[in-house]
Design a binder for this molecule. Structure first.
Ligand code: BGC
Length: 867
């Protein structure tokens, strides 16, 4: 199918959008005291109203001509002044042979790998350098250590696009310093289901917030000369069946939810886009012309290149024709098969040239068609940003009776509990895992901060890595066994269990996974051809780096047969076999309760270990942690639970805890940030970017397998535009914690709301925030917009309220600040499927200024009129 032929269906043709002219506002809204009339419109805060500053080519169809004309042009080239030579791409194209061109369109093995995910060889004959592509979202993932930044979901919790930019700059700089050219990040897929394994790698359930943050992060990455790859286009919102699931979504939902972040990324000048594994409306994303050509190229004017996700290409000609430019990480479809297809006349060479031109043009824009000097890594600068983000994103969910900050006796007598107090949970699993230079243990940071006069005790609470096996008959060394290369070690014997019990066995190993059987059950089977091991960030590696697999079996009292077969392979191997009985678990909990009872206050670290490649199967804290929290809070109600989780968890124990601090995966500076917030050296400035459900059956995905995880390979986004907090509003479901929620150590008052029409057709929402408490603190003021009666009359579905803007504010005690949050005309519009375009939401609309989606502080109404 040609590009022209394929321009139909859910993505409409280019041209003036169907939206009427932007809003005119009726008389000034109620509640106004200090307006912004006569004052210049504030410079576009990166924090407010995403999508307002789109490049002209994108804005034309998004906003309608009048608004687009006013939009500035963001040139990605400006951010990356590389050594360019006019006509270099044309010249190269004319000199490259077909085989050379094709070699630029797919990945290959890297002869000098730096540990990165992808590699494309250069063409030395013409001076084209090789290209290295590294993950990822929370820092550069390569062989060498790098700054492990907090997970993107924690960055998002700051509601601070300026921090997103700083975050991007760190990764951009380090990527260049660590020998990389392309970053496989950011990920901007929306948090749609609380179960999704990669929720920590992305930003938010809210389209506007995600769009703001992704745009600024990309600007930061690319300002340092590293090419950013926004991923995964599109609708890769879960890991379950991610390589096969066929997502069915209506046009309005697509445009108003998932696509907004990608659109903002393109507008910010992203050099590359990664096509997702899944299908959309029956077609794999990597061969989907509606996504890769109609949307990206024709609607958004994308001029970068599209690469596949790793192993996501299913065809040669159709993928290339659909708009895929690069296959990663190998050339299974775009290598020899493509060359043959061209030589046989099945694929026009012009299609190859088009893809090569797109890739070379971006490389040229970044100066990456020459060998350029690389900067030195600045580890100290990276650490500073990591600390700022982890502190700013710390989200306080509960604080009964001012449990926090820890002061006086609470700071002098503490029990610290939980495995992640001594094994810092730095980074999530999968391709986003980053190996830091170092990461302090929270327990040590707490002890340092508490000082010499304080008593800080520690109890493990839950054993993640197991105890040495009980004695076997005949005796065997199972704790520290090495097997030489080429050798095989076999053991057969028995061990005895005193009483019927559930035992968890763990194998820690390097090299080939040993085969272990208990009685006749194989404990850690390797299934040939099945990649079933997606390392998480915590449990899948022992502290010394060995891989860990675990399994739980019920054992009767008495002797059990054990066999172990370990093979040294070509490199030799090391392993240890370990176990934890239910009795061990009970003892760990009892010991924690004793420690809790003996201290004035408790800080309990709880974890949840999510990873790419698999979704969570429960929202509960895993393992015995709920029982641990029950026992500890019963022993000492002054218990603060610190959560190192990927996103939401259910909290049946909430009422029994005194405080809950959400720290996500906080990166290498997590210990310092956590301690600073616990002791009040910093205010917890984070707010939730994802609604926390009250129970496993009270969230948007509950009870409808077609919605999640899909049925018979198909999935329907039947919640439509009501993603995240919008669903809770639409269904009247009470969440555990709403979107935008988070406590400070101080209090804030809101006053004097004024709403005016802005020059670009949007709104200026102006109000005053005052720190009404006795200490400095951070507030995230949020603006929500009610539905338009005009759109309702047209039958356009609308959220009860949508996030229209926000502003993060740091205020000293008693300080008041007047702020204006701009709301773009685009944010006032909905996608009208009948007209295939954005339609301005005119008529009387509610404007709420709120401290969370469920905590409105100021409310007014405005009339949005067509111009
Ligand atoms: C992931 C991508 C990642 C790539 C390379 C894939 O499995 O989905 O996000 O960039 O691997 O590591």
């Amino acid at each position: 199918m040609s590009e022209a032929e394929s321009r139909q269906s859910y993505i409409p043709p280019d041209g003036p959008a169907a939206a009427p002219s932007p809003a005119a506002l009726a008389p000034r809204a109620r509640g106004t005291s200090e307006g912004t009339k006569g004052r210049p419109r504030p410079a576009p805060s990166p924090g407010a109203a995403a999508g307002t500053r789109l490049p002209r080519r994108a804005a034309l169809w998004l906003l309608g001509g009048a608004v687009a004309a006013a939009a500035s042009v963001a040139s990605p080239a400006r951010a990356n002044p590389g050594p360019r030579r006019a006509g270099r791409v044309d010249e190269l194209l004319s000199r490259l042979t077909l085989a050379e061109k094709i070699s630029l369109l797919h990945g290959a093995a890297d002869p000098k790998s730096l540990g990165q995910a992808g590699y494309v060889p250069g063409v030395p004959r013409l001076g084209i350098p090789e290209l290295r592509l590294a993950d990822g979202p929370a820092g550069v993932r390569a062989k060498r250590t790098a700054t492990a930044l907090p997970a993107p979901v924690m960055l998002a919790a700051t509601f601070d696009p300026a921090l997103a930019r700083a975050y991007g700059e760190v990764i951009g700089h380090e990527g260049r310093a660590l020998g990389q050219d392309v970053l496989l990040s950011p990920m901007v897929n929306l948090i749609r289901t609380p179960y999704a394994g990669r929720n920590f790698e992305t930003f938010s359930e809210d389209p506007l917030l995600s769009a703001d943050l992704v745009a600024e992060e990309i600007r930061g990455i690319q300002a340092e000369g590293l090419i950013a790859t926004v991923k995964h286009l599109a609708l890769n919102n879960q890991e379950k069946d991610r390589t096969t699931i066929d997502v069915r979504v209506d046009e309005q939902t697509l445009h108003e939810t998932e696509l907004r972040g990608f659109e903002a990324a393109v507008a910010a000048g992203a050099g590359a886009v990664m096509a997702a594994y899944n299908k959309v409306d029956g077609v794999y994303c990597a061969e989907n012309p509606k996504l890769l050509t109609e949307l990206l190229r024709h609607r958004w004017g994308f001029d970068g290149w599209v690469m596949s996700d790793w192993g996501a290409v299913h065809s040669t000609g159709p993928s290339l024709a659909a708009g895929l430019d690069m296959e990663m990480p190998s050339g299974a479809r775009f290598g020899a098969a493509l060359e043959k297809a061209v030589r046989d006349g099945h694929v026009p060479e012009a299609s190859v040239d088009r893809a090569v031109r797109r890739i070379l043009s971006v490389r040229d824009r970044f100066g990456l068609l020459e060998a350029v000097p690389r900067p030195e890594r600045d580890a100290a600068a990276g650490a500073r940003v990591a600390l700022r983000v982890a502190t700013a994103g710390a989200t306080l969910l509960r604080n009964e009776g001012r449990t926090l900050p820890l002061t006086g006796p609470a700071a002098r007598s503490l029990a610290v509990i939980g495995p992640t107090a001594t094994l810092p949970f730095v980074s999530g699993g999968g391709s986003a895992h980053v190996i830091p230079d170092a990461a302090a243990r929270p327990l040590d940071a707490i002890r340092d901060r508490a000082g010499a006069g304080a008593t800080v005790t520690y109890a493990l609470g839950e054993d993640l890595y197991g105890r040495p096996m009980p004695a076997t008959e005949p005796p065997a060394e199972l704790e520290n066994r090495t097997v030489a290369a080429g050798a095989t070690w076999r053991y057969e014997g028995t061990f005895t269990v005193p009483e019927a019990d559930r035992w968890t066995f763990l194998i820690h190993y390097s090299g080939t996974r040993p085969t272990v059987t208990v009685d006749s059950t194989e404990l850690f089977p390797v299934r040939p051809g099945v990649y079933d091991f997606f390392p998480g960030g915590l449990e899948s590696h022992a502290p010394d780096g060995l891989l860990v697999r675990r399994t739980t079996v019920a054992l009767t009292a008495g002797a059990h047969r054990l066999t172990v077969t370990a093979s040294g392979g070509s490199l030799g191997q090391r392993f240890r076999l370990r176990a934890i009985s239910a009795a061990d678990r009970a003892e760990d909990i009892a010991e924690a309760a004793r420690a809790a009872r003996a201290a004035h206050s408790v800080v309990l670290f709880a974890y949840e270990d999510a990873t790419e490649g698999q979704d969570r199967t429960s929202l509960a804290l895993p393992g015995t942690q709920e029982a641990l929290i029950d026992a500890v809070t019963a022993a000492n109600p002054r218990t603060t639970v610190v959560l190192n989780t990927s996103s939401c968890v259910t909290m049946p124990w909430l009422e029994r805890s005194a405080a809950v601090l959400q720290m996500y995966y906080p990166g290498q500076e997590g210990a310092a940030a956590t301690t600073a917030v616990l002791f009040g050296d910093a205010d917890p400035g984070g707010r939730l970017t994802q609604t926390f459900p009250a129970a496993e059956d009270r969230h948007p995905m509950a009870g409808d397998p077609l919605r999640y995880p899909g049925r018979d390979g198909i999935q329907q986004y039947s919640e439509r535009i009501h993603v995240g907090h919008r669903w809770y509003d639409a269904e009247g479901v009470e969440p555990l914690f709403p979107f935008g929620y988070g406590l400070s150590y101080t209090t804030f008052g809101y006053e004097d709301l004024a709403v005016e029409r802005a020059a670009d057709g949007g709104l200026d929402v102006t109000f005053t925030v005052r720190n009404t408490g006795g200490r400095p603190g951070t507030e995230v003021a949020q603006v929500y917009l009610g539905p338009s009666p005009h759109l309702a009359a047209l039958g356009v579905d609308q959220p009860r309220q949508l996030l229209a803007g926000y502003r993060r504010l740091e205020l000293t005690a008693g300080e008041r600040r007047r702020v204006t949050v701009p709301v773009a005309a685009r944010t006032l519009s909905s996608w009208d499927t009948a007209r295939h375009g954005w339609v301005l939401g005119t008529g009387r609309r509610t404007v709420r200024v709120a401290a969370s989606s469920r905590d409105p502080r100021l409310v007014t109404e405005v009339t949005v009129q067509p111009r």
